[in-house]
Design a binder for this molecule. Sequence first.
Ligand code: FEO
Ligand code: CA
Ligand code: CA
Ligand code: CA
Length: 617
Amino acid sequence: PTAPTASTAVLGFDSIAGSKIDAVAVPAGYSAYVLAPWGTPLNSKASAWKSDGSNTAEDQANSVGMHHDGMHFFPLNDAGDDGLLCINHEYIDQNALHPAGPTADAEGKRTVIDEIRKEINAHGVSVVRIKLNNGMWEVVANDAHNRRFTGASVMDIAGPMAYTSYLETRYSPDGSQARGTLNNCGNGSTPWGTYLTCEENWPGYFVNKGTLAADQSRIGIGTKGTRYGWDHLAGDDDERLDEFARFDITPVGANAGQDYRNEANGHGYIVEIDPYNPNSRAVKRTALGRFRHEGCTFGKLAEGQPITFYSGHDSRFEYLYKFVSDAVWDPADANSSNRIAMGDKYMNAGTLYVAKFNEDGVGEWLPLTLDATTTDGSTLASTFDSQAAIILNTAGAADLVGATPMDRPEWAAVDPFTGSVYLTLTNNTKRKDSTNPANPRLNNSFGHVIRWDEGESASEFSWDIFVFGAPAAGDAETNLSGLDDLNQFASPDGLAFDARGILWVQTDNGADEVTSYTNDQMLAVVPSTLVDADGKQQVISTETQAQLKRFFVGPNDCEVTGFAITPDYKTAFVNIQHPGNWPYSSTATEVTPAGMQVRPRAATVMIRKNDGSEIGV
Ligand code: FEO
Ligand code: CA
Ligand code: CA
Ligand code: CA
């Protein structure tokens, strides 16, 4: 029998209205509960979360981090009631993290070491054992799998950058390791059961007060200061601690061993974590490029064929990339117990490409290799002397080959039936005078979702635009997909398919026309069932728009991001990032330094159907 080319899933809920309250909204017959908010202890080294911000750095190193983002569920049994949730913690709110915001002297220099350590420890990834008990998922405190990866955790470097001079640091003189993962936004997983966490807006954590190198200038390392002032400690420079001084990458000595010039070179990667092995180290997979990685999604698998990973660079006018493995997929590897070795097999050697979207729905994947042709007719070898040099400045190499500047590529998701790849382009209000076919709107404040199918060779693809974000009240020029009150959205960001072929679209909203109607949300659609009489896949239009349904709305001021689902489809997990006054709804009169009524907590939300059956259908 031939495999079905379309999902049989039919969305079984009515699209819900927009919502603007300090609570989540779900369809009739569903319930949602908070799970694993920021500060939830993972083991007995952590004190319980305190509403006055007084938890220590040590507490934070042993508790769930802040500002939840990408996420994946790894089952521990076939019953679907026991597993590991891996959760990204993208960034922090310093005002909510400390009793009275960050403590600093009159010059703005940080004075409390433990506060900085707490901030670093609130970043990264949480691995959390959860179990289903009477219809409610609960965190299993003190489980051996529970662990934190933070902005200070030691990680291995693999792929073209490993053991190169670019990564030689005081900490790792042979260039084999780096400390910490930062600004972990979107995520991915692998066919062999590991988690991928993506380093997005890491450049702002470093400063070079001297002259920027070409790669530093291209990626946007600052020359004035760092995002949270971790490098900026009160006291003499030589009293500064190595753990913080490393964020100031200004070359000061005669050679790399005397300063921190290479510290930032250890950031900007896809990081692989084996959640099943609590003794494993995380590995930075440098072959997949170095930029502001939003997410990392593997393409439809085929035995004996390479594995493809897609990753967007989320910044205005940045690019879409794919990595194609040299090794070909062996389904037996899905059952390997040495998962990091599988990562070594499939993610260290291969070809990195960047996307060029041409007219008429055709596109080209341009290789980023030394012999790749540049737009001026030479090759990348005239600018770069090694693959590592290309990786270090991936975006600079992509400039030279003529990649298409996009409206902020965020998450990608792959339809399990058709293999089509979907990518959110969240918005780009700085697109003032030059559109291209894949990014056709000037001042793109609503964003869109683009889609492509791989072609016969690794360098060809065909594409179309699946849906345009828009306010329902927009005219035909604005509301290009014919959305109405029940599915208007803007700034698509999180994106995931479940194995039933349902596409879940999450928003990180910036457009007043939509935020005046609803908070950030999650919509659902089954794209493979939208076909015309010839079997051709359709886009969202006035004819098909009712198939795009709003499933979930978040509380005030939050972003809805991260999607995970259990193998029995009975629980979905989404993350609520930077809520305003939720879910800590104590009646205490505490007012935080930022003027929030209470100290808000990012959290995972579990969504279940009241009758316990599959969600979504
Ligand atoms: Fe962290 Fe691109 O969203
Ligand atoms: Ca995002
Ligand atoms: Ca975003
Ligand atoms: Ca965010």
